[in-house]
Design a protein around this ligand. Sequence first.
Ligand SMILES: O=C(O)C(=O)C[C@H](O)[C@H](O)COP(=O)(O)O
Length: 230
Amino acid sequence: MTDAILGGGETSAADAALLTRISAHRLLPVVVLEDAADAAGLGAALVAGGLPVAEVTFRTAAAADSVRAMVDAGLTEPDGPNLLVGAGTVVTPEQVDTAVAAGARFVVSPGLSRAVVERCQEHGVLVLPGTATATEVQAALTMGLRTVKFFPAESSGGVAAIKALTGPFPQMRFVPTGGIKESNVADYLAVPAVLAAGGSWMVPGSAVAAGDFAQVERLTAGAVALVAGS
Ligand SMILES: O=C(O)C(=O)C[C@H](O)[C@H](O)COP(=O)(O)O
């Protein structure tokens, strides 16, 4: 198989650079914000905890404003906190437009949608669509992708499933998400095909709602320490 047959290899240099950053952090915090007023504090807590990356899920009405608030607070400044902000739970092309306009640098989907992938490609924004089966991974490959989310990771076979998928798809890299926590994250990160692991345990909704960013920072620092070297 060649890249020509498969619709082109991944990625622009910009996408490759973002993947390198995500890979270096090893973790992709999945953030749910009900109120954009909490976004800057939450982003700052992630930065202070040593994990300057956030996937802001478009499950809430506050998502786009939350992304914008992080940008407006200066958190994404390359010479400053250098927080890498993306959008999660993006399921329609219109949401891609909204997320990109708000300042999202990457887009994550729970599933694989050609319409979403193509809209991201039109914007030139990195997309990590969800896959859970060989059929979906193969479809992503034909869309020119080489890195996908593996979701929902634990209930889709976990580490064993990812290892099995790397047999027929040695060129694919995975960002497993869903059911990953402190107790199993190292098992995922030990798989060479795993670029980073997504999770929400360092950003509990209760702490965010209470404005307890010190707790978020503590949990984030703990997560960073846990995966150091893995
Ligand atoms: O909605 C999406 O697009 C998602 O990305 C779902 C999240 O990946 C999971 O909700 C995170 O899973 P937990 O770490 O188990 O909380």
